[in-house]
Design a protein around this ligand. Structure first.
Ligand code: 13P
Length: 334
């Protein structure tokens, strides 16, 4: 796969005014989301829900691609159209979550390392054949007393870089996601410092592993105070701190940065992205790759009547896509 093709895919993922919808919840995670609204976690319900999301009329106006879970990439609409084909026919790029989730890091209580490198080359080869053109790997960095440790940060950066190099070898754009978790009572300065160390380590590892940045997308967490920190931050403060840490750690050759929502409210996720773009111009397009902040309202509506509320729920998905698409241009108005 040429770097030009990878770069073209990466640029299309962050095309002006467009972002990614993350619908790559593992079976265990979607079980939690469904349980929260009283939906039974059956394969058919998961399929129907993903069809609702991907089949949202005119979604491609604001959505460039979607991250799917393994099961979803193998599923089809009720009329038998594979989801990857449905997306491609509508000009949206299929992506796939390829990590196997975080596991306890031995010897480092409270810290985790993401697994999934074994056999990854063969899985990527198959995912490409199934239509995927980008792949996501999420590392989880927790903040707490004396954590994160350097060992945890390095282990996760190394895994992200190994996966990213394999992706590029197999023709997929890596979407590298080092998520600094919001939970905790730490202040915004602590989140800033941790994010800075994490991103420096990540870009160092990507360089050491010959990953081509022109064909890579960063999925970043925003710089926020912990959810139980007494001192919360304004939209301006979050946007300014996040831009500062990104500008000091992320090379300008990267085609784009997308954010995760990480537990922020729908409104906050949109407002923060919008403000960062209003504070521009920035070295890279800044857009979204939200999961919960794209889906929560729609899932709630759908759960009230999974047969008759499909169109209503899709209108909500479209409205969230539009708001976030406008925020990616700094043109959203609350
Ligand atoms: P949230 O936006 O719900 O954090 O999910 C994004 C994602 O893909 C996390 O890996």
């Amino acid at each position: 796969m040429s770097i030009e093709q990878l770069a073209e895919t990466a640029q299309a993922m962050v095309a002006a005014g467009k972002g990614i919808i993350a619908i790559d919840e593992s079976t265990a995670t979607i079980a939690k989301r469904f349980a929260g609204v009283g939906i039974e976690n059956t394969e058919e319900n998961r399929r129907a829900y993903r069809e609702l999301l991907l089949g949202t009329p005119n979604l491609n106006q604001y959505i460039s691609g979607a991250i799917l879970f393994d099961e979803t990439l193998r599923q089809s609409t009720k009329d038998g159209v594979p989801f990857a084909k449905l997306m491609a026919d509508n000009g949206m790029i299929p992506g796939i979550k390829v990590d196997k989730g975080p596991q306890a890091l031995a010897g480092f209580p409270g810290e985790v390392v993401t697994e999934g490198l074994d056999g990854l080359r063969a899985r990527l080869e198959e995912y490409y054949k199934l239509g995927a053109r980008f792949a996501k790997w999420r590392a989880v960095i927790n903040i707490g007393d004396d954590i994160p440790s350097g060992t945890c940060i390095e282990a996760n950066s190394h895994a992200l870089a190994r996966y990213a190099a394999l992706c590029q070898e197999q023709g997929l754009v890596p979407m590298v996601e080092p998520e600094v978790i919001m939970d905790g009572n730490h202040d915004i300065e602590t989140c800033f410092e941790v994010t800075e160390v994490v991103l420096r380590s990540l870009f160092g590892s990507l360089y050491e592993n010959s990953v081509m940045l022109e064909g890579t997308i960063l999925k970043a967490s925003m710089v926020l105070p912990g959810t139980t920190c007494a001192e919360q931050a304004s939209v301006d403060e979050v946007a300014a701190a996040t831009l500062q840490v990104l500008k000091s750690t992320v090379p300008a050759t990267l085609p784009g940065i997308v954010f995760l929502s990480g537990g922020q409210s729908d409104e906050a996720a949109t407002a923060h992205l919008n403000m960062m773009n209003q504070m521009g111009p920035n070295p890279w397009p800044l857009s979204f790759s939200y999961g919960r902040a794209m889906q929560s309202a729609a899932l709630k509506l759908w759960s009230q009547d999974i047969v008759n509320n499909v169109a209503k729920a899709q209108q909500t998905v479209f409205a969230r896509a539009r708001d976030n698409g406008l925020a990616a241009l700094g043109q959203w108005q609350s």
